[in-house]
Design a protein around this ligand. Structure first.
Ligand code: NAP
Length: 247
């Protein structure tokens, strides 16, 4: 593991789930962390115990992204984690509003943060962009089209970034989780807790810390080592739709 002391990591969507766990894990690994999300109180509950800077951030709002990034003078690691799914409707019933929000958050938000922080990542001499994709970005499933398309886009953007940045001191990694027990399904099903619980019924999903471990491992390799991608799924999940359940 390469020492991270003094290095600065920005984590988007750090008020909950994978982002919150990643913030704590990066802090433990020696990073100074700067956290962004819309729910600032939740963000502070995560960030204050670890001495993190907590700044409001809505990645769908270009002005919010600019203001956030202007307050970050130096950055070594950018974790583009803010995102999620909305709905599980077949294309025949697709909601424009849900699709637009999924694109704006998972795709355009990631692009805005990356574009804004690229000069500072390069100036650090050892920059690293970690994009949180999903197995939904590898494998389409019924009802998943809007989220599938957004996470397939994350995969494409990650690969293009690696092509465009070759020769510069910026590593690019995609973290590709399967099922993780966070607020993801509650958000997807718009507060329907029963429906969200059914997603993980009778099986052991990953927890946010499992994904945070992968992120910390990737960013603490020696600077000449680029981990292109890490696909991490629960043991009980063979594919997006093939899951062993004890029901
Ligand atoms: P989560 O608990 O719902 O966390 C999502 C985070 O994203 C929250 O902190 C939320 O904060 C933030 N966020 C949402 N919209 C935002 C916006 N416009 N601007 C800034 N922050 C925003 O879900 P999670 O599972 O940790 O999701 C994290 C990432 O992992 C997402 O990209 C998701 O697609 C991906 N992922 C999740 C799973 C899974 O099974 N859980 C699997 C594969 C990939 P605020 O609401 O406070 O803004």
């Amino acid at each position: 593991m390469v020492a991270a002391s003094g290095k600065i990591a920005v984590v988007t969507g750090a008020s909950s789930g994978i982002g919150a766990a990643t913030a704590v894990a990066l802090h433990r690994a020696g990073f100074q962390v700067v956290l962004g999300a819309r729910r600032v109180e939740r963000l502070q509950a995560v960030g204050e115990p670890i001495g993190a800077r907590c700044l409001p951030l809505d990645v769908t709002d270009p002005e919010s992204v600019r203001t956030f990034c202007a307050q970050v003078p130096e950055v070594h690691v950018l974790v583009n984690n803010a995102g999620g799914a909305l709905g599980l409707d077949p294309i025949a019933q697709a909601s424009d509003a849900d699709w637009q929000r999924m694109y704006d958050t998972n795709v355009l938000g990631l692009m805005r943060m990356t574009r804004e922080l690229l000069p500072k990542l390069e100036a650090s001499g050892a920059g690293h962009i970690v994009n949180v994709g999903s197995v939904a970005g590898r494998e389409p499933y019924v009802g998943g089209a809007g989220y599938n398309a957004a996470k397939f886009a994350v995969r494409a953007i990650t690969q293009v970034l690696r092509l465009e940045l070759v020769g510069k001191p910026i590593r690019v990694t995609e973290i590709v989780p399967g099922m993780v027990a966070t607020e993801f399904s509650l958000v997807r099903f718009k507060g329907d807790q029963e429906r969200a619980d059914r997603v993980y019924a009778g099986m052991q999903p990953l927890v946010a810390d499992d994904v945070a471990d992968c992120i910390v491992w990737a960013v603490t390799r020696p600077p000449h080592v680029n981990i292109d991608e890490i696909v991490v799924k629960p043991l009980a999940q063979a594919s997006v739709t093939v899951v062993a359940r004890n029901l």
